[in-house]
Design a protein around this ligand. Structure first.
Ligand SMILES: O=C(O)C(=O)C[C@]1(C(=O)O)C=C[C@@H](O)C=C1
Length: 367
């Protein structure tokens, strides 16, 4: 097929209509942006915060409900997340810390959640994300908490125990790993450099396709991509975004063993700088609790949830490192403490726990 500029008159007429509509859309978006600026002025006078995740979730849910198509409902959320990101940035800059460098899945999660109109603050590791968000250098932090293949991200969960930060939102990403190299071939490849979790996620593919190539663990997949960009004998494993970031070829696409591999991220902020999100109608409450090691303790912990009909969507345990076979339990509940059954169940649960901390209440992922 030859690639000539299309000239069919019907096509040109349709494009003409698209151009006109785009101009109307731009004018409407600018009117929306002016309204957001006016909201921003009121917030400044009141001393209230700009980012309202429950409001953004309601805007997106409302539009999905009235969407008449042909735009797919899944397309509505990313479009409006970007529109609100751009409007928000006119009210105030949003500084977001995440595990960098550029091109990591954490960066993708941060951009997916807040939209592209943010100030990016890549950090070396989860500890640094917690640190800069606690100090106020960043307004929000984004950390991975769970991978559908590899399980919980233990360092993040451990940091939740002692941090003053709380969870204001969650987002999850389909993790597609790719083999990246500076030359477009597998010939002469000596080592694959990637984060140990990515090497584990691609174990089957690497064993089948590159059984004799060294697997070299490095601090992040982006670091592996950076190394690959400086040495043609090396390859990295990372996202397609990392490939364009580091000018690499994708020599193996979607090489993770599980095609449904997802990672969940928590979005954190400081209670002195942000109120806890109000009820959006589709909320999740995350907590961490522990009970002393005695017969029936676990059962007692679950009774309040059953009594008040509160659904538990996640239950993880982590050793308390007391040497006593004691554990912390990370629990996600459906609902908001302002929903009466949830509030009552939480109050009762608190009385049977030795340690009880609400990590956050936030709108469910709108992706
Ligand atoms: O409604 C507000 O509070 C706004 O500031 C406007 C807006 C939006 O663009 O719709 C922007 C930022 C907030 O996070 C929520 C919504």
């Amino acid at each position: 097929m030859t690639d000539t500029a299309p000239t069919a008159p019907e096509l040109l007429a349709l494009r003409h209509q698209i151009d006109a509509l785009d101009r109307d859309l731009l004018a409407l978006l600018n009117r929306r942006a002016s309204l957001a600026q006016a909201v921003g002025e009121i917030k400044k006078k009141e001393g209230s915060v700009v980012f309202r995740p429950e409001r953004e979730a309601q805007v997106i849910d409302g539009l999905k409900q009235v969407n008449a198509g042909p735009l797919r409902s899944e397309s509505v959320a990313p479009i409006w997340r970007e529109i609100m990101s751009a409007c928000r940035s006119l009210e105030t800059p949003t500084r977001v810390a995440y595990m960098g460098p550029a091109g990591t899945f954490s960066e993708e999660a941060a951009l997916g959640y807040f939209g592209a109109s943010i100030v990016r603050m890549p950090c070396a590791n989860a500890d640094e994300v917690f640190h800069v968000t606690t100090s106020g250098a960043a307004d929000f932090g984004v950390v991975p908490v769970e991978n559908s293949n590899e399980g919980v991200v233990t360092r993040s969960l451990d940091l939740f125990l002692t941090t003053p930060l709380f969870i204001i939102g969650e987002t999850s990403l389909m993790v597609r790993q790719n083999l990246l190299r500076s030359i477009d071939s597998l010939e002469g490849l000596e080592a694959v450099c990637a984060h140990p979790q990515a090497l584990a996620q691609c174990h089957g593919w690497l064993s089948n396709h590159l059984p004799h190539v060294e697997r070299r663990p490095v601090s992040s997949n982006a670091e592996g991509a950076r190394l690959a960009s400086t040495n043609p004998a090396l390859a990295g494993i990372a996202s397609e975004r990392a490939a364009s970031e580091y000018g690499l070829h994708v020599v193996g696409r979607a090489i993770q063993d599980d095609p449904h591999n997802r990672t969940r991220f928590a979005v954190l902020t400081h209670p002195d700088r942000h109120p806890r999100p109000g009820r959006s109608g589709h909320d999740c409450t995350s907590l961490v609790v522990s009970v002393v090691n005695r017969p029936g303790a676990m059962h007692d912990m679950l009774v309040p949830l059953k009594r008040h009909g509160v659904s538990m969507t996640r239950f993880e345990s982590r050793p308390a490192r007391s040497g006593q076979w004691e554990y912390y339990f990370y629990i996600d509940l459906q609902g908001h403490p302002e929903d009466p059954p949830v509030g009552t169940a939480l109050a009762e649960l608190r009385t049977v726990c030795d340690f009880f901390k609400v990590l956050g209440t936030y709108p469910l992922d709108t992706h």
